[in-house]
Design a protein around this ligand. Sequence first.
Ligand SMILES: Cc1ncc(COP(=O)(O)O)c(C=O)c1O
Length: 389
Amino acid sequence: MVFFEKAERLKRLPPYLFKEIDRKKKEALARGVDIIDLGVGDPDIPTPPHIVQAMRHAVDDPRNHGYPSYSGMESFREGVARWYNRRFGVTLDPSTEVISLIGSKEGIAHFPLAFINPGDIALVPTPAYPVYRIATLFAGGEPYFMPLVRENHFLPDLEAIPEEVADRAKVMVINYPNNPTSAVADLDFFSRVVAFAGKHHIIVCHDAAYTEMAFDGFRPPSFLEAEGAKECGIEFHSLSKTYNMTGWRVGFAVGNAGGIAGLGAIKSNIDSGIFQAIQVAGIVALEGDQTCVKDMTGIYEARRDLMIRGLREAGLEMITPRATFYVWVHVPEGYSSASFVERLLEEAGLVVTPGNGFGEPGEGYFRIALTKDKKHLSEAISRLKSMKF
Ligand SMILES: Cc1ncc(COP(=O)(O)O)c(C=O)c1O
């Protein structure tokens, strides 16, 4: 008898398409290959010192040592509401329209448990951050994939969703600025999503993890800026990328009070909130001097410029990203995502992510994360240029 027979929800997990590249990377490392890893979206830049300092003080304070509030300290939720108002002009009630998250991934993963019944449809983009699809499956729902293709600026084609699918759908997930395509959306698109959601009674979840990482003066909007968005939507946000705090695990969801309450009801039965010292540091991040965000964006913008120039000189093709620290690059003629990524690793020691790993329409692309300094990026480019493809 097998003791640990996996539950159906685990058996339903899609195959992990990065497995092969992970294995090859490990092998190359073991052989002593000088790897430049542009695979993972984890910033190489440390958390700004004033935020670290705030955490140090907060750790020393015994008032922060007990169980935190499930939905976040009042001062944290108020800080989030003020930040939203300053940044997007959106008004939020901190007591009902804001909830703290142990990183936005946690909230995105738990949200379907509150609103998806077995058999319900969730409209999820593809290629995409894999959690949208997997969280839907864990809740017993059925993902219906909305392809993000270059011809439609990597936005879902709402008109292409069959009427009966839209009517059965309970949730729609969108994510702009987008991982992995680095595409951006404007308010007009968000307004169209609101109209679509209103017509078909769909809850919209907007993953806004990258709104602060944008270039050329572009300021990505919040979904909640669209008229009527708060009636149908909630937005997930994170301090991970904005303040280089990926390891701290702090984020938040905002928007429709019913959506926030449902998520809160799930969470209060699963976790017990975020360590208060982290929340105190989070408040300092949101309310303190924002020069660090500007500096961080400047660094990524310079890396982006360096990388796209180098890639183009190497003969590769891509759209210049206006946001995120990802570059979504076409593989050269005659290659699949997997075969080109493999060649980059074998011949140049470069780790990048095959586009098909994010979903089938990602085939023909690979993703570069600009999470190494300019010296490493320049080295990566010169290795690329020495390859023939
Ligand atoms: C699109 C997107 N959403 C959410 C997350 C999760 O971020 P966190 O859980 O650190 O807030 C990531 C992380 O890479 C991401 O790329």
